[in-house]
Design a protein. Structure first.
Length: 170
């Protein structure tokens, strides 16, 4: 039962962060500005926390995956989380300041936006594809070697794309 509570809390945090990402990171920006206003001397530490936030989300997603790896539905949702999160951040940067889901949808269906994203971030698309496939392989692996390899690739590509996403924030 404790695992389910942990999973629900982590899914809730992930959903809130995706919602904030769709709305142009307004809530996170306000929290960051409040911290800087309180103590401007620690701005470099706040900057580091802000930079590491996507990596922390990827690690939280990894722990959810470890808890529910035997259930294919949860594994599929976990594999999609990192991909959707990074794609939303890339669309956020390419479209400009998002004004909600309408701007996200317009950016997602615009072919020119995807061409620009592919020209600028081809490595991220490859890493996201590897992350998504390895996330699915984790639930379907028949041998321990396949499972551990898929888990390693999932964690490695997630952390790499998390660091890149942290740089997209700034």
């Amino acid at each position: 039962m404790k695992k389910w509570i942990f999973v629900v809390v982590l899914y809730g945090l992930g959903a809130l962060f995706l919602y904030d990402c769709v709305n142009g990171l307004k809530w996170i920006g306000e929290q960051f500005n409040t911290l800087v206003d309180l103590n401007a001397g620690n701005v470099y530490y706040y900057y580091l926390i802000f930079l590491m936030l996507p990596v922390l989300l990827v690690l939280m997603n990894y722990f959810i995956l470890r808890i529910r790896a035997k259930n294919p539905a949860f594994t599929f949702i976990n594999a999609m989380f990192v991909t959707i999160f990074i794609v939303l951040l890339m669309i956020n940067k390419s479209v400009g300041d998002l004004q909600g889901f309408k701007s996200v949808f317009e950016g997602m269906v615009d072919v020119e936006t995807w061409k620009v994203l592919w020209r600028v971030y081809p490595g991220i698309f490859v890493a996201l594809g590897l992350n998504f496939i390895s996330g699915i392989v984790i639930s379907e692996a028949k041998s321990k070697g396949t499972y551990l390899t898929a888990e390693f690739v999932y964690l490695l590509t997630g952390i790499i794309t998390g660091f890149i996403a942290g740089n997209m924030f700034l």
